[in-house]
Write a protein that binds this ligand. Structure first.
Ligand code: G1P
Length: 277
């Protein structure tokens, strides 16, 4: 019913320079796994096993990561090191991966539009791998929570969290009517507003479920904030014409697109996941 997940991974990752000079930011490891693998594991756990990447120049190592490394695997076969590849081998065996390049960097909306023919005419999820989402052991991942809601409401859904007032300028921010269980019906949405212009402190984080009519809406969306085609603007149109939901998810999210968030995530995963395994 909902089977596909799109990963826009064409961004430059300038905040991590020089680390990201010759290496995609999505391949930076949180402890021993690249960021993007956490996102793909979350998608797979939600039953989304057709994974599309919107890549760009200099991002080939992402495709290599989701492919067999024949020489390496042969080299360590039968040694104790083999098990270190178990998690990625499982993903490779159980999911399909497709890649498309975004030739021009014109914003997140444009990146998603580049995935039109990978996603086709069906609802799909979008993961921004910079946002690492973790849940308590035994709990459902954030995308799995959203897929469940999609089955109930059949409309686009964005994940949100409350952020301090002085951070709203970093996010898409929504206004909405509260329904129940952390769900809002979106009435307004603004991309990276100044504190004074923000309709609330409910910020969109990098998990979306989108219905395929979004593609036409993006096509008709003019460049907005920072001269880029914003998914937030296309979603506002969808909310005005029909329905978009915002969901205050259960779990924690780390902004791994910033150095502070990246270090926090590293400490959290090291203490709560890595050492426990
Ligand atoms: C993008 C979206 C923004 C959203 C954010 C979540 O911004 O444009 O609406 O709140 O992701 O991480 P970016 O962080 O790519 O500038």
């Amino acid at each position: 019913m909902i089977r596909k997940c799109l990963f826009p991974v064409a961004g430059y990752g300038t905040r991590f320079l020089p680390a990201t000079k010759a290496m995609p930011k999505e391949m930076l490891p949180i402890v021993n796994k690249p960021l993007v693998q956490y996102g793909v594991e979350e998608a797979a756990a939600a039953g989304l096993n057709r994974i599309g990447f919107i890549t760009g120049r200099g991002k080939r190592s992402i495709a290599d990561h989701f492919d067999i490394s024949y020489e390496l695997e042969r080299e360590i076969a039968g040694s104790g090191k083999e098990e270190l590849l178990t998690s990625i081998r499982k993903l490779i065996d159980e999911n399909e991966f497709a890649f498309k390049r975004q030739n021009h960097m014109k914003g997140l909306g444009h990146a998603i539009l580049s995935g039109r023919y990978l996603m086709g005419d069906e609802p799909f999820a979008v993961v921004l791998a910079d946002d690492l989402c973790v849940v308590d052991e035994g709990e459902e991942g954030v995308l799995a929570q959203m897929v469940k809601l999609y089955k109930q409401f059949r409309c686009s859904i964005v994940a949100i969290q409350e952020v301090p007032e002085d951070e709203v300028h970093k996010y898409g921010v929504i206004a909405g009517e509260y329904m129940k269980d952390g769900l809002y019906r979106v009435t307004d949405m603004v991309e990276k507003p100044a504190k004074e212009d923000a309709p609330s402190n409910l910020a969109i984080i990098g998990r979306y479920i989108l219905t395929p009519d979004i593609f036409e809406l993006i096509e008709n969306t003019k460049p907005g904030k920072n001269g880029e085609v914003q998914i937030t603007d296309a979603l506002l149109k969808q909310a005005q014409d029909g329905c978009v939901l915002a969901y205050k998810f259960k779990g924690r999210r780390f902004d791994c697109g910033s150095i502070d968030g990246f270090v926090e995530a590293t400490n959290y995963v090291y203490n709560n996941v890595f050492k426990k395994d």
